[in-house]
Design a protein around this ligand. Structure first.
Ligand code: ADP
Ligand code: ZN
Length: 747
């Protein structure tokens, strides 16, 4: 039963990277705005709310209770931080993640906001200092652990203060059935009820319908508004492939796509974690291990370095990650299969919280499937538990083997429909091929049956291939009718058949741990010829996706030196204050600086992520860095020139074509096309925004250009113009060419 009168609001969260926000420029001329928006802009330096934030914040400011379910990286913190500033009094934030409180307080102080925390890590005198600051009204946000809230002395302290709100973070911890259950969360409601007039806002990223009901009931939310946002994380690219040589595969992935990025590599065992971290170090990466077997202090130290240094890779068991709110984790790599889609989604969700492109990359193989099937079938557990585990694992394996859009499967599992394939997963980018595996599956299954349903894959494959190994001779298996009937496939292909049969539940794995395969009920119609089976081809054509999600797709190669200079400045500022660099400015903010090239403090203040306080602290240093760079680098691009380019850019982004821009600006169309050409070359304008030519035609044009380029003639536009009989004008051709060159530059 739902307590209260829930108003269900569904939002689909589309995080656009802050970098794409052109309206930032117009901020200064916007009309009178709400108090919340003013706080967002002045204190946090962001120009707009993401859609659900505004509604949530408004209702908390009005004093209503709310429940907010929003994916990681969606921007939950602002939902209580802004009301905390807008309402009089202290906001109390209850969070189980003690280790992160310091971090959150540091980040707020960077924005010039009075914040503090109280937990067991503080000494008596530090605690006293916090209480003093509270009493003197210097604290707007107070972070506390749940157990603190129930202590009588703390309740006394709260009663002496004006309170703005209670925020209950990680609210799913209240669920006794969930894996993060905290008994202290059950004690919260009685305390909260002593402060009847103070609104409560409960927030979490993970909550199915049952958990949501528990949150509403156990935190005794009063006629709450519910904000349930879509789970999609469109900036994360999901990729899953076959495991062949894990180290080599991982190295290739890192070297090609994330050479300098921070990321997390997950492995199942501690030994493998240690081994991988060491090996990555030897390959020249900064890689640190993290698992429950390491001392508390070493774990803390490695986690700190991950947060504070740039480009650190953490190699971890699943013990790592809860509550890590590092915004610029660019990849999450799984070297072993997680046990469930819940786990997979939570772990991959740690990538790309800043809304920029990030990769969720995983490799898996037959042994993973067998091992997990075995664990799920472990005979010591209850029948119901086993069924549940099998079901979870089935869904996980389903995701691995699916040949359609992975995001549709993932979101579907969480009850959300994605109408169209996403276009940003490996299956969408590079559709896998299938083959009719009916005959092969039958051979494999009957081989399992004839050999007595107790042998593992290697032996079964040897039988099918007709090999005379010791084991085959020992068991007299060359006498089997299935001996040597499978020579049309090689060993790897047979292993792929077996993997898919196990993954799809046609074969069971023994529970004794020997990896013996047994027929499952499900395989009957297949064996009796009533069903056919399409299997996935493993050896895909080499990935030639158009533009893979790299770390910084927006950055043109000529901007690299400036990017490095800005990062170095940020690093030094961070070091001076012992803060993680992202607390100075996010990558997205640095990227905007490169794009907009601000020349004054006023211009800099319009960039997303530059609030009043940070402008004061760091503005001049960054301006100096930018100016110095332009003086050295770019005498050919005077300021005025930039201004006219920007105007063209804004108009193009608003949907006008070259002719329309030319006539509204009183320029020649040719001039506008030359702006387009430059903007495309700098990676600021997408080709699709510049010219109305469909993708198929563009591919054709670019293919023709590549051909021309390779010929003795070289790439001249006239022959291309003529080849297409004037269908495209020279301006359009120049745009297409600029895009082609940009892409080549990025390869
Ligand atoms: P969550 O707690 O939901 O995982 P956070 O509150 O940590 O997410 O926010 C994720 C990131 O998005 C942070 O880096 C935050 O600064 C940024 N962010 C949140 N709201 C906005 C906004 N309106 N505009 C720009 N960036 C935002
Ligand atoms: Zn997809």
């Amino acid at each position: 039963v739902d307590p209260g009168q829930p108003i269900l609001l569904f939002y689909s969260l589309k995080l656009s990277p802050v970098g794409g926000d052109i309206f930032t420029r117009f901020r200064a001329i916007m009309p009178a705005m709400s108090q919340a928006l003013e706080i967002l802009q002045q204190r946090f330096g962001y120009s707009q709310f993401r859609p659900p934030q505004q509604a949530i914040i408004d209702s908390v400011i009005e004093g209503r209770d709310c429940m907010v379910i929003m994916p990681t990286g969606g921007g939950k913190s602002l939902c209580y931080q802004i009301p905390a500033l807008a309402r009089p009094g202290v906001a109390v934030i209850i969070s189980p993640l003690i280790a992160l409180m310091q971090n959150q307080v540091d980040a707020l102080e960077q924005q010039g906001i009075g914040a503090a925390f109280l937990n067991s890590s503080l000494s008596h005198s530090e605690q006293y200092q916090v209480e003093q600051n509270l009493a003197e009204g210097r604290v707007d946000l107070l972070y506390v652990a749940p157990e603190r809230l129930t202590s009588p002395s703390f309740i006394g302290l709260l009663q002496s203060l004006p309170l703005a709100l209670f925020a209950i973070d990680e609210a799913h911890c209240v669920s006794q059935w969930g894996h993060d259950f905290r008994a202290d969360y059950l004690q919260l409601a009685p305390v909260l009820s002593r402060f009847a007039e103070v609104p409560r806002i409960a927030l979490t990223a993970t909550a199915d319908a049952d958990t949501r009901r528990e949150i509403l009931a156990r935190l005794e939310l009063r006629q709450p508004e519910q904000f349930i946002c879509g789970f999609d994380r469109p900036n994360i690219q999901y990729r899953i492939s076959q495991k062949s040589d894990p180290k080599k595969q991982l190295l290739k992935f890192l070297a090609n796509e994330h050479p300098e990025d921070a990321g997390i590599v997950y492995c199942l065992s501690r030994r493998k974690v240690e081994d991988m971290a060491l090996w990555l170090e030897q390959q020249g990466f900064t890689a640190l291990p993290y698992h429950a077997g390491l001392s508390q202090s070493l774990r803390q130290q490695n986690q700190d370095r991950f947060l504070r240094e740039e480009g650190v890779i953490i190699v971890a068991t699943i013990a790592f990650g809860m509550g890590i709110d590092k915004p610029d984790v660019r990849f999450v790599a799984h070297l072993d299969l997680p046990k469930s889609l819940e786990a997979y989604y939570q772990e991959t969700g740690r990538a790309g919280r800043d809304g920029h492109a990030a990769t969720a990359w995983m490799i898996y193989g037959l042994q993973d499937v067998i091992k997990l099937r075995q664990m799920a079938a472990d005979s010591s557990a209850s029948e119901q538990f086993k069924r549940q585990e099998q079901h979870r694992l089935g869904a996980m394996l389903g995701l691995c083997e699916v040949i359609s859009c992975r995001r549709q499967v993932l979101l579907g599992y969480f009850g959300e429909d994605l109408a169209e394939p996403c276009g940003n997963c490996d299956n969408c980018l590079n559709p896998p091929q299938t083959w009719d595996g009916t005959e092969a599956a039958r051979k494999a299954l009957s081989c399992v049956f004839r050999s007595g349903q107790r042998f593992g894959v290697s032996h079964l494959v040897d039988i099918l291939l007709g090999k005379s190994t010791d084991k085959i001779i020992q068991f007299n298996h060359q006498q089997l009718s299935t001996f040597g009937i499978g020579t049309e496939l090689n060993g790897a292909q047979w292993r792929s058949v077996f993997r898919q049969l196990v993954a799809q539940g046609y074969l069971n794995v023994d529970t004794e741990g020997y990896g013996g395969l047994q027929l499952a009920q499900k395989c009957r119609p297949l064996l009796q010829g009533q069903q056919s089976l399409a299997l996935r081809k493993d050896d895909k054509p080499p990935a030639k996706t158009k533009r893979e999600a790299g770390a910084k797709p927006e950055l043109a190669s000529k901007d690299e030196p400036l990017w490095q200079a800005l990062r170095e400045l940020r690093r030094n500022l961070a070091l001076e204050q012992d803060l993680p660099p992202y607390m100075i400015f996010h990558d997205a903010t640095l990227m905007e600086m490169i794009r907009w090239q601000p020349a004054t403090l006023a211009e800099l203040s319009r960039i997303s992520g530059v609030g009043e306080r940070k402008l004061e602290l760091y503005g001049q240093a960054f301006l100096d860095c930018l100016c110095q760079h332009y003086q050295n680098q770019d005498p050919a691009q005077p300021e005025q020139d930039r201004e006219t380019l920007l105007q063209t850019l804004q108009l193009a982004r608003s949907g006008q074509d070259a002719e329309a821009i030319a006539s509204s600006r009183g320029l020649k169309a040719d001039t506008v096309y030359s702006h387009f050409e430059r903007l495309i070359g700098e990676g600021q304008l997408a080709l699709a925004e510049a010219v109305a030519i469909n993708e198929a035609e563009i591919s054709q044009l670019q293919a023709t250009m590549l051909e021309a380029e390779a010929s003795a003639e070289g790439l001249r536009l006239k022959p291309i113009f003529e080849a297409f009989e004037g269908l495209y004008n020279y301006g359009q051709l120049r745009c297409v060419r600029a895009d082609l060159q940009l892409e080549k530059g990025e390869e």
